[in-house]
Structure formats: C-alpha cells, structure tokens
Design a binder for this molecule. Structure first.
Ligand code: GDP
Ligand code: IMO
Ligand code: MG
Length: 423
C-alpha cells in the first residue's frame, strides 16, 4: 500500500520517527519537497540520527530511498550526510539511494541570497538560511541548475555563467556583498558531480517499476501544513507545497495511486521562526514543554516556540491533506502536567470565528478558545499497548478523534524507535 506521511502543524511533529517505524513495512521511501531545511530525527538504542535530505527509511536494510524531483538538493550537504551515515555503519550505495536527475541544486549564491534578504527584511521570516527559497525561485524563473545539468560539464558551465552574469551585480551593487567566482564554483561542483553521478536516476521510472512490481511506497513529507507556500501562514512559510498532494508532482508518481495519508501531529504545538501561532504560551508551560520535549531545532538548534494543541488548525490540516488516519506524537511530554489546555475554536471580535484565518491581519486578531483538561499525571513512555494507557490519556486522544472524525492509529510515547503504540 502506498502512503504519504505529512506534518499537520508547523513542522517537527516527529515525522522522522514515525517514518522510520513505518519503513519496516515499506519498500521505497521518497522525499518529494523541501530540502535540507528539514531535520528528521530517529533514535535507535540511544543513538540519534538526524536526516536533512536522505529519507528517514535509510536505516532499514533492503529499502530503496529516493530523493524526488520536487526536492532542492544542496550537494555539499547531501555528500556530508552520506559520508556521516557511512561512518556510522549505514550502507549507502546507488542501489539504495537514488536522486532524481530533475531535482534542482542549491548553489552557494542561493545560501547567501537567503541570508542577505532575510537580513534586509523588516518582517523577518526566520528562514533556516539554507538557500531553499532562492533555489525554488530560480526553478520557477527557469534559470535553475538541476542534477542532470550538474553531470553534463558543458551544460553546467553555460548555466553557471548565465546565473553569475545575472547574480553577481545583485550581490555587489544591491547588497554590497562579495561576488561569486565562476572558477571556484565550477571546481567545487565538478567534484560534487563526480561523487553524485552514480546516484542520479530517472526516479519516475524507478517508482513506476516499483508500482508495477507491487512494492509499497512511502512518501515522506517535510515541514508541515502551515509552512505550505499556498496554505500556510504566508509569508511566514517555506517555499514549497508541503501538503500530501505535492507528493505526486514532487516525485512524478501518479497521485491517485497514493491510497493513504497519515497525518502526524504533536500532542501540543511548536513552531520555529516567525509568524502567527495562536496557542503559543509563554513562561512556565512554554519552558516546561521546551525542556521536557527537547524542543530545539534539529537543523538550526534554535529554541522552538511552544504552545497548546490547536484543534482548529488540525482540522484544517486534515482537510487540506485528505488525512485518512493520525499519528499523535510526544504524548509523554504531557505526562507530568496537571492542567492542559486544548484549543477548540477561535474568537474573532468576541464572537466565534466562522472562517479559517487567511491573512496575517486575521491571524493576529483571532484569539484561541480553550477547553481545560485535567492531566493524567502518570508516566506513559514505557507503555506499548493502548489498553494500558491511563484513562485520562485515552480521554485526551478521544477528544482529538471526536473533533477531527479521524482515528489516531499511532501514539508515540518517547523518542526511541520502539516507543510507539499501534492500534
Ligand atoms: P520531524 O522534523 O517531524 O521529523 O521532527 P524532529 O525530528 O525535528 O523533532 C521531533 C523531536 O522529538 C526529535 O527530537 C525526536 O527524537 C523527538 N520525538 C519524536 N517522537 C517523540 C515522542 O513520542 N516523545 C518524545 N519525548 N520525543 C519524541
Ligand atoms: P521539518 O521537516 C520546522 C521553517 C523555518 C522558517 C520557515 C522558512 O524538520 O519539519 P526556509 O528555510 O524553509 O525558507 O524557512 O520554515 N522551517 C521549518 N520549521 N521544521 C522544518 O522542517 C522546517 N523547515 C523550514 O524555521 O520559519
Ligand atoms: Mg524537524
């Protein structure tokens, strides 16, 4: 069965961990959007693996991991990631890692532009400064450089020269920054080409064959629904579509053949970077969630903003993604709390908001309405069966299920690989 796994909040919902778990039953694991702005964590026997570009399924033997055309690849980071994983004993070969010939490359000027634009903005986005936005901009302006161009020296030289002709004056004259050297980039990227060439493939064909052979394919979402370029809290979003329907365009796999969409939600909410966050809390609870939940960015190390579970947000996310069931993560982080709040609606000018907020103005004028909830005050992290969960924990899960009309299929109770309850 083919399925997509996507984040329902602002990223970092625990997708990596759930994907690692589900990978044991999948044959192919496919990233379809984003780049190394993502940080997906899997913890095995106390050892932590963080994936930025390589699908989280790589830890399982015999699986094929695919980086689809929708992903933007920083070749330096990809090579570093392969080298690091190999050192840790993970086998990575052109047999189990395939990168799309059509993926766009992050270039050094994308990273600089990301940082420089961010510095100049009054309303900062808080990007990861990995060059994600500028790379997608070039893709859509049709001056991007793809993996297929990287491995053809003549084409690469042509495209690089064209880009520098356009971009160097921008760096020098607009930003007062250093221009880029054609020779330096050429020499660095020629080396990347040599290393990455064996992994480059027509991954559309890879996936078509997989489907023909009745293999099961898992599409690994990055970021989260409200970081989606169209449906997120624009402009405080990332530069790709993060919702499940992007899995088709970002991989070339026919979307009608993806039968299941697992939405991953944290038992509370976090966000890194700027932008609206109605249920954000400050002080005691925020510090508690950040410390107990280890809420520091897996990519940039920034402290994550923390707050309560927001069911209004989750409902919209479930609808946008066509979620068929849920994975609820980090329930154990709430174990010691006597009082928990759950947002069940938004108020707008003292009335219940009828419409989902779309503009930043609307986002800043709504107020969350909370349902108070007495915590379970019992440890859940070593529990492995639903029946053994404290009654109040089950009540918490029931509230979510009732509100969303969806089943919570997986409950994650700790960061370790095995800390999952499957119902
Ligand atoms: P992703 O980007 O969605 O893959 O999530 P991240 O890996 O960025 O952040 C999730 C963090 O929570 C990681 O540090 C995980 O190891 C950790 N984690 C995942 N599931 C659980 C859980 O159920 N309980 C606890 N305590 N930690 C978890
Ligand atoms: P995973 O896959 C959380 C956020 C950044 C910033 C905004 C734009 O680990 O869930 P970008 O560099 O993409 O242009 O930054 O998006 N962001 C994430 N936040 N988890 C992520 O990925 C993120 N990827 C980007 O913090 O607010
Ligand atoms: Mg993350």
């Amino acid at each position: 069965m083919n399925l997509a796994v996507v984040g329902l909040q602002w990223g970092d919902e625990g997708k990596g961990k759930i994907i690692d778990w589900l990978s044991s039953d999948s044959d192919f694991i496919v990233r379809f959007q984003g780049g190394n702005n993502a940080g997906h964590t899997v913890v095995i026997n106390g050892k932590k693996f963080v994936f930025h570009l390589i699908p989280s399924g790589i830890l399982r033997k015999g699986k094929v991991c695919v980086i689809g055309n929708g992903v933007v690849i920083d070749p330096e980071i990809l090579i570093e990631e392969v080298t690091r994983l190999r050192k840790e004993g993970i086998e990575i070969t052109p047999k189990n890692l395939k990168i799309s010939l059509l993926s766009h490359l992050i270039m050094p000027y994308h990273r600089n532009l990301d940082a420089l634009r961010e510095k100049r903005r009054t309303n900062k986005i808080g990007t990861t400064k990995r060059g994600i936005g500028p790379c997608y901009v070039d893709k859509f302006s049709r001056c991007g450089i793809r993996v297929i161009d990287l491995i053809d020296p003549d084409v690469f030289k042509d495209k690089l020269a064209d880009n520098l002709r356009e971009k160097n004056p921008l760096f020098k004259d607009v930003f007062g920054a250093e221009p880029f050297s054609f020779e330096e980039i050429l020499s660095q990227y020629s080396e990347f080409a040599r290393i990455l060439r064996p992994f480059a493939a027509d991954t559309v064909e890879t996936l078509r064959r997989a489907q023909e052979d009745k293999k099961s394919i898992l599409f690994e979402g990055a970021q989260g629904t409200f970081l989606d370029i169209d449906f997120g809290t624009y402009p405080f979003v990332t530069s790709s579509n993060t919702i499940s329907s992007a899995a088709g365009a970002g991989s070339g796999f026919p979307f009608l053949k993806i039968k299941k969409v697992l939405g991953v939600a944290k038992a509370y909410t976090t966000r890194v970077g700027q932008g609206p966050f109605p249920t954000e809390v400050e002080g005691k609870y925020s510090n508690f969630l950040r410390e107990k939940g280890g809420e520091f960015g897996a990519t940039t190390g920034r402290p994550r903003r923390c707050g309560w579970l927001d069911l209004v947000l989750l409902k919209r996310a479930a609808q946008l993604n066509g979620v068929t069931s849920l994975a609820l993560t980090k329930i154990d982080v709430l174990d010691e709390l006597s009082d928990i709040e759950i947002c069940t609606s938004y108020k707008y000018k003292s009335k219940t908001a009828k419409n989902f907020p779309l503009s930043i103005k609307e986002w800043s004028s709504i107020k969350p309405v909370y349902r108070k909830f007495k915590g379970w005050n019992k440890p859940t992290t070593s529990i492995r069966s639903y029946a053994k969960l404290p009654t109040r924990t089950k009540d918490y899960i029931n509230i979510i299920e009732d509100y969303l009309k969806l089943k919570v299929e997986f409950i994650s109770v700790g960061s370790l690989r095995e800390a999952v309850i499957k119902r």
